[in-house]
Ligand binder design. Sequence first.
Ligand SMILES: [Zn+2]
Ligand SMILES: [Zn+2]
Length: 142
Amino acid sequence: MMQMPFLKPGDEKRYLVEHGVRPLNHRVAVYKYLLENPIHPTADDIYGDLKKHMASISRTTVYNVLNLLCDQGVVKRIAIEKNEMRYDANISNHMHFKCIDCGKVYDLHTVSFPEVSIPDGFTMHEVQVNISGNCPACDAIA
Ligand SMILES: [Zn+2]
Ligand SMILES: [Zn+2]
């Protein structure tokens, strides 16, 4: 499932280059992983899956690549957890729904994103709206 409709498979490299990221293998692998797994994985999730078919990748590399991708604006950090950062290749403003039982984080698509008025003197960098509850799979068990 692709989140970025304008990115056709094979376009990832070009997209990264356009955003100032040299498309080294590890960088492309991490970015593609995020596009193909829009479940807002942690760095450890990404490392755990990628190392299965990329023996050369290290945990440090995954962290460094994620920092670079965030700095270049192609990936967003999602601070939905107190103590762990999650990553999202969907850089548009969107809401998140976190299931409190399975911990999965889903994208919510809204007709209109809430508009907030920011008081004078404050500079807004980004808006994150996070909702928690139960996903259908967990509701079925309960
Ligand atoms: Zn759930
Ligand atoms: Zn998201």
